[in-house]
Write a protein of this length. Structure first.
Length: 697
């Protein structure tokens, strides 16, 4: 197992001999911070934000500021490991050479592919957001093999599909202009914890007199700093948006010219379905209040504030789309600035994702080379249903049974919904699993081979963002520790071991980085500065010109879609499991990343579920008691925290702890389900009913 690694002294001040390296945060956060990495004698002594980067402004979140601690962690994987225990036993591994591991893995994969390459599945997501260490060489390898394709949905697919359907792409406001807004609605986002640099601009606006309103079932740290918090029930955001539209109509607060010139589907019926205006008229404040669990006056006042303040901006985030109707909810909210004409101002409109602004500049096809696929297009398997899919037998509808999974940049046993099914799938004795990792995660514990991957400080990469419009470079700061290799190199080596001689597998990381963008992104200039800003139009939709085929925002078809699990939609289930549960990330973790960093885990403490005092009293629970959280799918144990952050009827299961670092080897995903959203085929993590009971002392 990995040897102990001496930690550098991160408090050591730079000396004249210190080398400063341009870096970029690799993690799944809108901010994509520019980093400056201080290196002395081949060791990182400090990681900090780039003070001259327009959005980073020298600040990193608590998690990433400890990135050197993660890189030099005593439990870093430093050599390939081969499983020597059965998968239903405590995991035991032995070190092997790269040559032995690669030969065995290639032999197993090519034998499976000879029967049907679709029996091989890649499984990855945003453990790194880099274009190189993400899907560049990996995609080439799996295209050449003919493996099944992975539908990568676990975070943002519902909201992304909604923006594409409404605006034509994942586009929105530009980050700096929030500082000029007079009203900012922060909808479904704990920005202090997950969007730090947006929060900086929001605070500038607040100091200049802007009003901040937070809409979230949980009273987050962000809600604490806003002028108002509206604590609606999970999954009812679309109903609230329709109620706001109702009030805009009733109070003659619509920008009729903007609607006429730049929006389709507002008044128009199509295929027997009424236009959005008619749908909104069916949602007076009293109906909204009943569905959302708020007051009718809150609906009326929010509509007055939104219509009466210019410029008004909405910062939407992905938490609120993790329910059955999440896609439609995003569509409805995204249409609000079209109704009021907020898009006429550069400090008005909405931002969920800016990633679409990079589309004209990215050479995704050049990186991933889909032309390497020789046969028909392989099947598509949704990463959010991996628990069920690993247990499916071969069938005409499903295709071959999954025989091999290659996991990189993800930890599905901890993060995928309904983890009892996921665990059973990965425990299959006949499933061949290879995991590229930094640590022995819950998924690595169930692997046949674990291959040591480099961290962000040990490889080259290039990055875009979904919170701003800068391209960033991450230079390799130090040599890989031990025998760790970049993902790109591991897939080059696997290609060679499989006998793939295509010239593309010889491309170096620098060659890949130069292929990643069109000529408008000057790679040498990017390397010199550390980032390059895209040219932007300050008010992109002031004159319409949405990225839809006809240049108009699309309102047709948008409607409220109720949860799978709620008191209203499933009363029989709610009679047994009356508490709605959301599972937002713990502030000091990022999904399952950083859970094993001791300094961060010490701050976070232990797995918690927040509940309102009324719900605790009804169950005879006191603060700090250990509880069992359960439903028909499973149960997990954690400590109860009676908290004003929870509203009545809703509990907040803070995640995502590694199962083996939680209580009794479980985490919050024991009780979530694999049902998918209305748009984007994404998971419905926050669409979940549970009950709580005290554990015996």
């Amino acid at each position: 197992m990995p040897a102990q690694i001496a930690m550098p002294n991160l408090s050591t001040p730079p000396t004249p001999s210190t080398r400063i390296v341009n870096g970029a945060c690799p993690h799944d956060c809108p901010d994509t911070c520019a980093m400056r990495i201080a290196v002395e004698n081949g060791r990182v002594i400090k990681v900090q934000g780039a003070a001259d980067h327009p959005s980073t402004q020298g600040a990193l979140c608590t998690k990433v500021s400890r990135y050197a601690e993660r890189t030099y962690h005593a439990e870093r994987l430093l050599q390939p490991l081969k499983r020597v225990s059965a998968k239903d036993e405590p995991p035991r591994f032995e070190p092997v050479s790269w040559a032995e591991a690669l030969a065995d893995i290639a032999g197993r994969l090519t034998a499976i592919a000879a029967r049907d390459p679709q029996a091989v599945l890649p499984y990855s997501y945003a453990g790194t957001m880099g274009l190189l260490q993400g899907e560049a060489m990996a995609a080439r390898f799996f295209n050449r093999l003919g493996a099944s394709r992975l539908e990568r949905t676990i975070c943002a697919a519902a909201g992304g599909a909604a923006l594409a359907a409404t605006y034509g792409h994942k586009v929105g406001m530009h980050l700096p202009y929030f500082a000029e807004s007079r009203l900012i609605i922060i909808w479904g986002s704990n920005s202090i914890a997950s969007n730090l640099h947006f929060w900086t601009y929001a605070m500038r606006a607040k100091r200049d007199g802007a009003r901040l309103i937070c809409i979230d079932p949980r009273k987050t740290e962000t809600a604490d700093k806003c002028h108002q918090h509206i604590a609606l029930l999970p999954g009812t955001d679309g109903a609230l948006a329709l109620g706001l539209m109702h009030e805009l109509i009733a109070n003659n607060a619509l920008d009729q010219a903007y609607l006429r010139d730049h929006v389709d589907g507002w008044d128009d019926a199509k295929d027997g379905e009424p236009g959005l205006r008619e749908k909104a008229l069916a949602w007076p404040p009293e109906r909204v209040a009943e569905v959302c669990g708020i007051s009718a006056d809150e609906v009326r006042q929010l509509a007055r504030d939104y219509a009466g303040t210019a410029p008004a901006a909405i910062r939407l985030n992905y938490g609120m789309q993790r329910v059955r109707g999440g896609g439609n909810a995003v569509r409805l909210i995204a249409l609000l600035p079209c109704l009021t004409g907020a898009w006429r101002h550069r400090a008005g409109g909405l931002l969920l994702s800016s990633s679409g602004w990079f589309a004209p500049y990215k050479n995704t096809a050049a990186l991933e080379m889909p032309e390497l696929l020789a046969g028909p297009e392989p099947r598509l398997i949704n990463m959010s249903t991996i628990g069920d899919d690993l247990l499916r037998p071969a069938s005409p509808e499903f295709g071959p049974q999954i025989e091999a999974v290659i996991v990189y940049n993800s930890n599905p046993v901890a993060v995928a919904p309904e983890s009892p099914q996921v665990v059973r799938g990965f425990q299959r004795a006949d499933l061949f699993t290879v995991v590229l990792e930094h640590f022995m995660t819950d998924t690595a514990d169930l692997a046949d081979y674990v291959l040591p991957a480099t961290t962000q400080l040990e490889h080259l990469d290039v990055h875009t963002s979904y919170g701003h419009t800068d391209v960033l470079i991450n230079e390799q700061a130090i040599a890989p520790l031990g025998e760790a290799r970049p993902n790109t190199q591991i897939f080059r080596d696997l290609a060679a071991a499989c006998g793939f001689t295509d010239p593309c597998f010889a491309d170096t990381d620098e060659q890949l980085a130069r292929q990643a963008f069109t000529a408008e992104i000057d790679f040498d200039a990017l390397r010199a500065q550390g980032w390059q800003s895209l040219p932007v139009v300050p008010a992109p939709f002031a004159l319409g010109q949405f990225l839809t085929p006809n240049g108009r925002a699309q309102a047709g078809g948008a409607d409220y879609v109720a949860n799978y699990e709620s008191r209203r939609s499933s009363p029989e289930l709610a009679a047994r499991y009356p508490l709605a549960m959301i599972s937002p990330p713990a502030r000091n973790f990022l999904n399952s990343s950083f859970v094993n960093v001791k300094s961060l885990r010490d701050i976070e403490g232990e797995p918690l579920i927040e509940l309102h005092a009324d719900d605790a009293a009804a169950r005879g629970l006191v603060d700090g008691v250990m509880v069992r959280v359960f439903n028909d799918r499973g149960s997990y144990s954690c400590r109860a925290r009676i908290s004003g952050r929870a509203r009545p009827g809703v509990v907040n299961g803070l995640g995502i702890w590694w199962r083996k670092l939680g209580f009794a080897g479980t985490n919050v995903n024991e009780v979530t389900h694999q049902q998918l959203t209305d748009l984007g085929r994404a998971p419905s993590f926050y669409d979940c009913l549970v009950e709580l009971e005290a554990l015996p002392l």
